[in-house]
Design a protein around this ligand. Structure first.
Ligand code: DLL
Length: 428
């Protein structure tokens, strides 16, 4: 179901709207965010230079490092009095990326999430069980507000608590489950353990995202729960979930709500825009945001775009599903972790050498993270004592903790000839 007419607008109409909104956004960012004023001045772009959406390629990029450097609110375009909501996601170091929403931004988010759910086939008669985490993570509240906006019923179970999750699914006859793909599989397994046939659960659709997944994993989910699994994409820096979603009719790529978020794909090495169909890094520019406009944000997510018309009648450009990243971000049980966050903690600990490795496994259907760390030559204490110390400091830093921490002697972790270590071994 097309929720809003703009989803099927002609390309000319969209281009013209995007051009107007881009010009407004650049002028607004220039006026209200010193960071963007400096960046645009340095790039030699005056707001008046932006006349059409094609001019987007003249604009400088924004990166995750800019969020770190401008922590906490250097990228905000409004004062704190006009900020109505804050969320945060992991940064590359100990400090998260803080993202802000004005009243109008929250309306925008509700609108794109309602649109997304409608595209996934959710209607106002449905019961949506929302098992994305509530809190600073954008998944929970993003889905919550969007479901209410659509007029469907939301059950805010949040993440975890699997027994209660299953009770609710059965007793409230939830038709739709929103959660990460890995949790979806975990839930199916947990149902079986409790003697419940997961295929007999009342679900017809699961809306999965927040972490990459492969086609075989999607098939496994669809088989295990007898559902249609719809891929939803988004990121905190741009809005949260609701940047793009598959339509239930075709499920051939994710429609980007490009009247609000302008997508480009670039070569991650050169920064040059790539033609339609070629895979590269997704770059997004917000076209209507107030509290935190973003110009050409480098998402780090690898995908490609197609402007071909979709069978569903929507004209909104489609992106391929995201299976890889340009950087070392790892997503463990739906939570983002940069190895550099762990490294920062290690460097501060006297008895630890700056050598560590992270091993990621899939046990059953859940991610498992193991951390191996070398102690310093001079360290005279026990392994257990140091492991406990590392665990305690990491608990303060990360939202998801290693399932196992092992301390090993100097030189045990492999170095390459250049002395560099490979940090992350993803066995999933
Ligand atoms: O994960 C927003 C979200 C919540 C999307 C719930 C979908 C459902 P962040 O925590 O800021 O926001 O993480 C954003 O997660 O840059 C991708 O690397 C990854 N990601 C999000 N959705 C998908 C997806 C939310 N469908 C980062 N497929 C993004 C693959 C995804 N990766």
């Amino acid at each position: 179901m097309v929720y809003s007419d703009i989803e099927a607008a002609s390309r000319d109409e969209l281009r013209s709207l995007q051009g107007d909104r881009l010009a407004e956004t650049v002028a607004y960012a220039y006026e209200n965010v010193p960071f963007y004023r400096d960046a645009l001045d340095e790039a030699g772009v005056a707001p008046d230079d932006v006349e059409s959406v094609a001019d987007v390629t003249e604009l400088p990029f924004t990166t995750k490092e800019d969020f770190r450097d401008e922590y906490p609110d250097g990228l905000f375009a409004v004062g704190h009095a006009d900020v109505n909501r804050i969320h945060a996601s992991s940064g590359t170091t100990g400090k998260p990326k803080i993202v802000a929403y004005s009243d109008d931004d929250l309306d925008l988010w509700r609108e794109v999430m309602a649109r997304s759910l409608a595209a996934a086939g959710v209607s106002e008669d449905d019961v949506v069980q929302n098992a994305y985490g509530y809190g600073l993570f954008t998944g929970g509240l993003g889905f919550h507000d969007g479901t209410e906006e659509l007029g469907a019923c939301v059950i805010p179970t949040g993440g975890g608590n699997t027994g209660r999750q299953l009770d609710m699914l059965q007793d409230m006859e939830s038709d739709v489950l929103a959660c990460t793909p890995s949790y979806c599989l975990y839930l199916a397994e947990a149902a079986e353990e409790r003697g419940i046939d997961p295929r007999e659960l009342p679900l017809s659709t699961v809306v999965i995202g927040a972490e990459p997944f492969t086609d075989p994993m999607r098939e496994e989910i669809e088989q295990a729960l007898d559902v249609t699994a719809v891929d939803v994409y988004g990121l905190s820096e741009v809005i949260g979930p609701g940047v793009s979603i598959e339509c239930e009719e075709a499920q051939e790529g994710l429609h980007v709500w490009e009247d609000h978020f302008y997508p480009e794909v670039i070569d991650p090495d050169t920064g040059e825009p790539l033609p339609e169909g070629e895979e590269g890094e997704l770059v997004l520019t917000s076209l209507t945001k107030e509290a935190l406009p973003v110009l050409r944000y480098r998402t780090g997510d690898m995908t490609s775009l197609t402007y071909e018309e979709c069978d569903c009648g929507r004209t909104a450009v489609r992106m391929d599903n995201v299976t890889g990243r340009t950087d070392d971000l790892i997503i463990v049980r739906g939570v983002n972790v940069y190895p550099s966050q762990i490294e920062e903690v290690m460097v501060d600990l006297d008895d630890v050498a700056p050598y560590y490795r992270i091993d990621l496994f899939r046990r059953g259907n859940l991610d498992r993270m193991e951390l191996t760390v070398e102690y310093h030559e001079e360290y005279g204490g026990t392994h257990e004592e140091l492991e406990d110390r590392i665990r305690t400091v990491l608990e303060d830093t990360l939202e998801v903790n290693p399932d196992e921490i092992e301390v090993v002697g100097p030189g045990v972790i492999d170095r390459s000839e250049t002395g560099k270590v490979k940090r992350v071994y993803d066995h999933r």
